[in-house]
Design a protein around this ligand. Structure first.
Ligand SMILES: [Cu+2]
Length: 110
């Protein structure tokens, strides 16, 4: 009888710990990249799986953030923003389809 109650209390404590810890572990961030004067600033960003990369286009022309491996192709109209949520670890070079000299890199860690 007493042993059973003790085990149940341990289960409740474990469940409470899970409730407290999970939101902290799942917290995803948004990393902002400015698109200005035909360049990505900063050109290299580091993110974790689940984070969102947001590009804010401050230029008066359209740009894109297009992965070299075609994993994403985000349109960035003049004075607008666009974003992508990264789901895999790795290094992802990207460029602008309209101005291929515009280049950036997203490094995603687990
Ligand atoms: Cu461009």
């Amino acid at each position: 009888m007493t042993a059973g109650r003790g085990r149940r209390r341990a289960c409740v404590l474990a469940a409470l710990a899970g409730v407290v810890l999970l939101p902290a572990m799942a917290a995803a961030e948004t990393i902002t990249v400015q698109v200005t004067k035909f360049s990505f600033v900063p050109a290299s960003v580091t993110a974790k799986v689940g984070d969102t990369i947001e590009w804010v286009n401050a230029d008066f022309v359209d740009h894109t953030a297009t992965a070299a491996n075609k994993g994403f192709d985000v349109k960035l109209p003049a004075n607008k923003s666009g974003s992508v949520t990264v789901k895999k670890a790795g290094t992802f070079p990207y460029f602008c389809r309209f101005h291929p000299m515009m280049k950036g890199t997203i490094t995603v860690k687990k």
